[in-house]
Write a protein that binds this ligand. Structure first.
Ligand code: MIG
Length: 636
């Protein structure tokens, strides 16, 4: 059952697509005050597990910390971080009863889930203008399914997007991309996508392709497609201010950029230098920006990733003016002229919340200050693209995923979880986010395999790939300046060929499981307790997941480990994809086990009575021969 409550004057985020009548009075959940801002206080029993929050830090069970919904460009995902790129305000209180809460509120919102007081949940925000949805159901999954039904169906990517993709910030030109394709194809490692990061553009201008770096781009794209390689360019939110640049001039003339209070276009410095931010909350501007994807689609492109759409800001005009002032001030007296003060000031310019109070959106003629709707900016950038794709190429499925997001965006694209690091702990963080993301409708998602920042090692990449073989988005991505981490850069290439090959064997199964999950508003990845609610152990399992209806996954995420402990809630068949292409199968009884898993093996568990199809290894998605699948299962 779903009940919708209204506080004050909520902003219509369009996260929920189903019409639901507003209830009279207050919800019977905890204590709510809407006098000074909004605050919901709820006493948590010892047994209560709190799920949800989509892309968020820490555990599957979110208890014991604080999380702030505030789309943030932060490349250092340490345990103390409160905000990441997404804002997914859905939590599920799972105890004796199952209650889902969705706070539809597009500005900063804080979930204190036992941080201030261990037994107390406090959800707070500055303005008491929001919708609160209270969902009750028979089981945790039932609550999630009801929620998913009201937010609309999840985005379905093209099938090729289930292949493996290679990315790196630093591929400069066609030659760099050719050598990546050669590195994979030449070593018989399967691959379907190579990503184009910001350097393909002319001066980081959206929808341009540098003709010196990519002469005759259209035929280049076509040539790659003949090799079953899709090129996936990045699109950044900011539009470069430059006379003669059509996108800039059109946006300026039509008034489609975010404006300052005085009506002038807000200026922020990002990769292209000074930019304006398209007003994605303005329907006409959204339509206009979306139509620009056609420039690249016309050249054969059929996939994109949207970046910097929190929006990320290096500094604003106002910020840099304040720095000028600071320089002048410090120069006045010798005593104050310490570089430290300036440095401190300078560092505060990046992604400074003050800047979000400096620009406005035109929402149906009404000026709305950005900080009041901050969390739906990236969502609406991706929505601009998704809505445009239906017009530009209605017959095609186009790949789209975004960095910033809000619930509702799941209808238009997937997400990647941003700038993680080549850390073992981030393999586990990757795993923990998957079910939470699924609860919020995001099915097509994945992390930068191998880690974005810092230097990857061979063993880390192999272990991470062995998790990545199961995530819908399977992409290796790394930051400029880090160690090369394409699979063919390490010794023992055959191990990478094997692990990535396992993905291709699983694609017929995974693709169908995905479609089924999307159709039934189901989760692809579930916490164990969703499937075995009676089992007390399952509530505590934070490093294994159920995958669709047939599988359980338990990757190794510890360096130098030759295996791991795993908990089986029932008897299962342990299957290992061995390096020589064979399968090693063993029936394991319910309970705790230590399983050996070598670096070049991929483990999975098949539930009793279930079986899955396995294809033969192929070098690309279109080469998978679905008529040659074998069934592997633990039948009774
Ligand atoms: O300020 O385009 O998260 O994936 O490689 C960094 C360069 C901008 C951040 C993205 C990352 C991408 C990088 N971008």
């Amino acid at each position: 059952m779903i009940k919708k409550y209204k506080f004050g004057k909520p902003f219509e985020t369009e996260a929920v697509v189903k019409e639901i009548p507003v209830e009279a009075g207050k919800p019977e959940i905890g204590e709510i005050s809407a006098e000074e801002g909004f605050c919901l206080i709820y006493k948590m029993t010892d047994e209560l597990v709190v799920y949800g929050l989509g892309e968020a830090n820490r555990g599957i069970n979110k208890r014991g910390y604080k999380y702030v919904s505030l789309c943030s460009d932060d490349f250092n995902h340490t345990e103390d971080k409160l905000s990441l790129y997404g804002a997914h305000n859905f939590i599920l209180l799972s105890g004796e009863s199952q209650v889902g809460l969705f706070f539809d509120y597009p500005a900063k919102l804080t979930f204190d889930i036992g941080y201030t007081r261990q037994d107390t949940l406090a959800v707070t925000c500055d303005d008491a203008d929001l919708y609160l949805y209270v969902i009750t159901g028979e089981s945790a999954l039932d609550v999630v399914k009801q929620f998913r039904e009201i937010i609309g169906g999840s985005y379905i990517p093209p099938k090729y997007a289930f292949g493996f993709g290679q990315s790196r910030w630093g591929y400069m030109n066609a030659g760099d991309i050719d050598s990546v394709v050669e590195g994979y194809r030449g070593n018989n490692i399967p691959i379907d996508m190579v990503y184009m990061d910001i350097d393909y553009m002319v001066d980081y201008k959206d929808f341009t392709v540098n003709p010196e770096r990519f002469p005759d781009f259209k035929s280049y794209v076509a040539g790659k497609k003949e090799q079953n390689i899709h090129l996936i360019p990045i699109i950044d939110a900011g539009v470069k201010i430059e006379d003669g640049y059509d996108i800039y001039e059109e946006g300026r003339d039509k008034g489609y950029f975010c404006k300052r209070e005085d009506g002038s276009d807000f200026e922020a410095c990002v990769w292209p230098g000074w930019t304006h931010f398209p007003d994605f909350l303005n329907k006409d501007a959204r339509e206009w920006f979306g139509s620009k994807y056609k420039v690249l689609i016309d050249q054969g492109i059929d996939g994109f990733w949207n970046d910097m759409n929190e929006p990320a800001i290096f500094y604003s005009r106002e910020g840099i003016n304040a720095l000028d002032e600071c320089v002048k001030e410090t120069a006045k007296t010798k005593l104050d002229a310490k570089p430290g003060k300036l440095e401190e000031h300078f560092n505060k310019l990046q992604n400074n919340h003050k800047d979000y109070e400096r620009f406005y959106h035109n929402v149906n003629g009404e000026m709305v200050r950005h900080d009041k709707v901050h969390n739906i900016y990236g969502y609406n950038m991706t929505r601009a693209a998704g809505e445009a794709f239906k017009k530009i190429a209605p017959e095609k499925d186009i790949l789209m995923f975004s960095r910033a997001s809000y619930i509702g965006m799941h209808r238009y694209g997937g997400i990647w979880t941003g700038d993680n690091k080549s850390w073992w702990s981030h393999i586990l963080l990757n795993l923990k986010m998957l079910p939470s993301l699924n609860m919020c409708g995001f099915l097509y998602c994945g992390a930068d395999l191998g880690g974005f920042g810092d230097n990857a090692t061979r063993d880390l990449l192999l272990r991470w790939l062995a998790l990545g073989v199961f995530t819908p988005l399977m992409r290796n991505h790394a930051a400029i300046g880090t160690r090369d981490q394409e699979a063919y850069r390490f010794e023992g290439i055959e191990d990478f060929r094997h692990v990535i090959g396992v993905r291709y064997r699983l694609i017929p199964y995974l693709y169908n499981a995905y479609l089924k999950a999307a159709k039934e508003n189901d989760m692809l990845f579930k916490p164990l307790a969703f499937v075995y609610p009676e089992d007390k152990h399952c509530k505590q399992v934070e490093d294994q997941l159920m995958l669709s209806d047939e599988l359980m996954i338990a990757p190794v995420y510890t360096q130098n480990a030759t295996g791991r402990y795993v908990y089986l809630p029932e008897e299962m068949m342990f299957v290992k994809f061995m390096q020589d292409g064979s399968l090693k199968k063993e029936i394991l009884e319910k309970g705790h086990h230590y399983v050996d898993v070598a670096l070049n093996e991929v483990p999975l568990f098949i539930r009793k009575g279930c079986r899955i199809p396995l294809a033969e290894v192929a070098l690309s998605v279109p080469e998978i021969d679905e008529s040659k699948t074998m069934m592997v299962g633990y039948e009774m």
